[in-house]
Design a binder for this molecule. Structure first.
Ligand code: AMP
Length: 316
């Protein structure tokens, strides 16, 4: 990074890819950087690092709509179970910074766990409630309480006016919307459609775990979702059947669930249901647990949607 001229803040140092983001590692550094950004609204994009084009799209969408963009990079131990992949999760800070620079981020907040959890594991946490116990919550007990707890803390610490989250993590997005509504957080939640590889695989930091043959196998998830969407006009059982038919042809993908649920209750939609629904799938390929989903409009003229129009317009 080029050094700043004497008296200048690092905020305004130009680089080849854009302006060098300020990096805050402590609460004090974050507060100081935040205090100098009062000339317009602030958007936050929360990540666990290992950034890819999905994250870049969130940042660019935020950049188009807000005066300042803060990216948080924090691998939150609270949302990982004891047998999950916290220790092997990819840590790629330098290339993360390159993406932030290119995408026009002002401020990167990259704390360590002791900065976020000053007294160790927090005794007081956010409870995701019943919606946190189904689907991903059933497979990952406590995951959503840990996720919401850090999201709430990062809302407070960044004092963001808006926050951008990926449709890729549909249940996470729903729970964040619920937390913001139920607990009156003064922040606008914006969802961004899932960014995919050209062959359809949803981008994920965990895709780096996949071997070449795992990656081939993993394609059945997005293929199943597309097959389901193609049957959208015929109703719920046709959608489920079409998606399942793709998955059973791929025995190396160990499917955890394939569901067609209401986007705000996560309950299976009945056969008579017409309207927006979430087709979601999760499974293990090799050593990697993958999730994917498609918002679908069920009924005549139905098919895949980018994001939910009903839920989003009713959102916080
Ligand atoms: P993560 O770093 O995996 O916790 O993700 C940080 C944010 O990026 C979350 O809001 C995710 O939903 C979002 N995200 C991750 N992958 C994608 C993707 N392929 N497309 C869109 N958003 C994504």
């Amino acid at each position: 990074m080029p050094s700043a001229p004497a008296g200048a803040t690092v905020t305004d140092v130009p680089t080849a890819g854009g302006v060098e983001p300020v990096v805050a590692r402590t609460r004090e550094e974050l507060h100081a950087a935040r205090r100098s950004r009062t000339d317009g609204d602030v958007a936050v994009v929360m990540t666990m690092g290992a950034l890819h084009e999905g994250h870049a799209t969130l940042i660019e969408t935020a950049r188009q709509r807000a005066a300042h963009v803060v990216v948080t990079i924090f691998l939150n131990p609270l949302q990982f179970g004891p047998r999950e992949d916290l220790s092997r999760y990819p840590r790629t800070f330098d290339s993360d910074m390159e993406i932030c620079r290119r995408a026009g981020v002002d401020l990167v907040f990259a704390p360590t766990p002791d900065v976020i959890y000053r007294d160790g594991d927090p005794g007081v946490r956010i409870s995701a409630g019943p919606l946190g116990n189904v689907l991903e919550g059933q497979a990952r007990p406590g995951h959503f309480d840990g996720m919401l707890t850090v999201v709430a803390k990062l809302f407070h610490l960044t004092r963001a006016d808006s926050a951008y989250f990926g449709q890729k993590d549909a249940q996470q997005l729903l729970l964040i919307r619920r937390m913001v509504r139920d607990l009156d957080f003064p922040v606008k939640v914006v969802s961004v459609p899932t960014v995919r590889e050209p062959d359809g695989l949803a981008m994920s930091s965990r895709n780096t775990y996949l071997t070449d043959s795992d990656r081939e196998t993993a394609l059945c998830l997005s293929r199943a979702l597309r097959a389901g969407a193609a049957a959208a006009a015929e109703g719920p059982s046709a959608i489920r059947r079409a998606a399942r038919t793709v998955l059973v042809r791929e025995p190396l993908a160990l499917i955890d669930y394939l569901v067609l649920v209401h986007p705000s209750t996560l309950e299976d939609v009945p056969e008579w249901y017409r309207g927006e629904a979430l087709l979601a799938v999760a499974g293990r390929v090799g050593t990697t647990r993958l999730i994917d989903n498609l918002p679908i409009s069920v009924g005549p003229g139905g098919g895949a949607l980018e994001v939910f129009t009903d839920v989003d317009s009713a959102g916080a």
